[in-house]
Write a protein of this length. Structure first.
Length: 300
């Protein structure tokens, strides 16, 4: 006797969910990165989570400048810069200026798996907080050699290197600083910090040296601004100041209003009383022609 057949579907696995994602997991022993659920499930921009996951997967010493990240991702500088700023605001990312033994100043980027959390005991120590003044503290008397303060091993992700510190605001061109400070009177959103003003001042000085007036520079920097800024105002101003300074004559032609021709008034002809435009009262053209013909006949 044949076994009974049924068209009913097979019973689903009791442990599988009836909706939503079902994970098919593979145990990885190499080439993987551990990130926290708080970071992976962070609400907000997917670009921010993607940039964080990518930086977490990089080995120490890899460049994570905006230029380097833009070469990897399809997003542009504005979205990448915004993602880095969001990660910095919540504590996953920290940029710190440190002086090397040779006297150079470098900007290093530290990325934390958990903001404010304790470092992995098997990994490199947590970077030290900068101390002021920058002097090596002496070990207290009677301190054993084994408990002396040890310089932490730094293996940060290096974002960029700068040969020297930025120009202080006090050393910047006061004319350029005045132009930058006055931008907020045109657009209240264009508020700059002292560090941002000092960084943008050299570019404004180059525009002034090219013969542009402060009002012309202000008009150029504040014209056609977007309704919503996706980055700091300093980023937009720096982008506009990268352009080649226009000559004074070229910018004057673009900003001057066209000269309007004077309107000649309407007058009535003294001969036929017909209206026509003329600067001085007199005869219209037809009356002048008839008058000229009459004089010629009389002379003939």
């Amino acid at each position: 006797m044949a076994d009974p057949q049924s068209n009913a579907p097979l019973r689903a696995d009791a442990g599988a969910p009836t909706s939503g994602v079902i994970h098919v997991r593979t145990r990885l022993t190499a080439d993987f990165t551990v990130i926290s659920n708080a970071l992976a499930q962070r609400r907000g921009s997917a670009v921010t989570v993607g940039v964080a996951a990518y930086i977490s997967s990089l080995p120490d010493g890899s460049p994570v400048t905006i230029t380097a990240l833009c070469e990897h991702f399809a997003e542009g500088e504005i979205l990448i810069s915004r993602a880095l700023r969001e990660l910095e605001d919540v504590g996953y990312l920290e940029r710190r200026r440190e002086r090397t033994p040779t006297g150079q100043v470098r900007t290093r980027t530290y990325f934390y798996g958990v903001p404010g959390g304790d470092p992995d005991p098997d990994g490199p120590p947590k970077p030290p907080k900068p101390r002021r003044p920058r002097k090596q503290p002496a070990a207290p008397a009677g301190t054993p050699a084994s408990s002396a303060v040890r310089e932490p091993v730094q293996a940060p992700v290096q974002a960029k290197e700068e040969a020297e510190a930025p120009t202080p605001l006090a050393d910047a061109d006061p004319r350029a600083v005045a132009v930058l400070a006055g931008l907020r009177r045109v657009d209240p959103r264009l508020v700059l910090t002292a560090h941002e003003a000092a960084r943008l001042a050299p570019a404004v000085t180059r525009w002034l040296a090219a013969g542009l007036l402060p009002t012309q520079i202000t008009d150029h920097l504040t014209a056609r601004l977007p309704d919503h800024f996706l980055t700091r105002p300093a980023g937009i101003l720096a982008y506009r100041l990268k352009e080649t300074p226009l000559s004074l004559r070229a910018l004057a032609r673009s900003t001057e209003s066209p000269v309007r021709r004077a309107v000649v008034p309407m007058r009535n002809c003294d001969g036929c009383d017909r209206g026509f435009r003329t600067a001085e009262p007199g005869l219209c053209r037809e009356c002048r022609e008839r008058s000229a013909e009459g004089r010629l006949r009389a002379a003939g």
